[in-house]
Design a protein around this ligand. Structure first.
Ligand SMILES: [Mg+2]
Length: 284
């Protein structure tokens, strides 16, 4: 991963070439992560609703019907759907880091996982009894959340999780942020902002982006906005689109990333979305 981040001091001018491209595009794909990007973090994950300004801008885009809109989340789709009930239309949804999908017409599916991974997930679930109240059980992963805990509690929970799950997992190749570099189990160990997740390897958010780009067409303009390490695969995939693609890190503090643009707040993301809608609805 390179230190390729560019702080957008003057987003309007910085993004001019991209928006110029967007206005003339034959098709457009707007792809957004959910937690930390559309919705501010919330100690109770079930209450993480979209930021009001982002919601308004996104509804304008959905109502304009000029862009393909997808949400690509680490959440299970069943978990995500109730949180986006205030959206004018339900967009294309990819859940569980690209393993699940619910199309706009409501049809849905889950990519099949190997039997060895399924067995490891069941074993990990059995070993999570000591911290099950903090454990989110998803179709292809288990996540432990420690947002809201004090430092000592968080460290104790992290140790407990590592002891329970370490042997069932391994670090993804090249992951320098992992806390589990020794084991070689079937599942992948992913740290994220506010916890850790054991995930079946084989798909990630980059695969979701690739699937969307394949569907919207080779000349589409593509934007992806996300905040966390799990979004880096998507940023990298958008980078392969070339000048028609833009990857956006939405985060208060800058960090090492593949994203091309940094927006510091939900308000800045809302401004980006508002400009997107304006460009796409301009009269010729
Ligand atoms: Mg996120």
């Amino acid at each position: 991963m390179r230190q390729g981040t560019l702080r957008v001091e003057k987003p309007g001018e910085q993004l001019d070439p991209f928006f110029s491209c967007l206005g003339d595009a034959p098709s457009r794909a707007l792809i957004l992560d959910y937690d930390g990007t559309i919705a501010p973090f919330c100690e109770n994950r079930d209450e993480a609703r979209p930021h009001s300004a982002v919601l308004g801008a996104l509804n304008s885009i959905l109502g304009g019907e000029h862009s393909h809109v997808s949400i690509v989340s680490g959440r299970a789709i069943n978990d995500l759907v109730p949180l986006i009930s205030d959206l004018l239309l339900r967009p294309d949804l990819w859940g569980s880091h690209g393993w699940e999908r619910m199309r706009v017409d409501g049809s849905r599916g889950v990519f099949s996982i190997p039997e060895s991974a399924r067995e490891s997930l069941l074993l990990a679930r059995d070993r999570a009894s000591g911290f099950i109240d903090r454990c989110e059980v998803k179709p292809v992963s288990l996540a432990v959340h420690w947002r809201g805990l004090g430092c000592d509690e968080r460290n104790a929970l992290r140790t407990e999780v590592r002891n329970a799950w370490g042997v069932l997992s391994h670090s993804p190749a090249g992951d320098r942020h992992s806390e589990n570099n020794d084991a070689s189990g079937v599942l992948e160990w992913h740290a994220f902002d506010g916890g850790v997740e054991l995930r079946v390897p084989g798909r990630d958010k980059g695969d979701a982006v690739r699937g969307i780009v394949d569907e919207v067409g080779p000349d589409a303009v593509v934007a992806y906005a996300g905040d966390d390490q799990t979004d880096e695969d998507a940023f990298a995939e958008v980078g392969r689109v070339g000048v028609r693609g833009i990857s956006i890190l939405v985060r208060r503090e800058l960090r090492e990333t593949c994203a091309k643009v940094w927006l510091e707040s939900h308000e800045e993301l809302a401004k980006f979305l508002t400009r997107w809608n304006k460009v796409c609805t301009k009269k010729p």
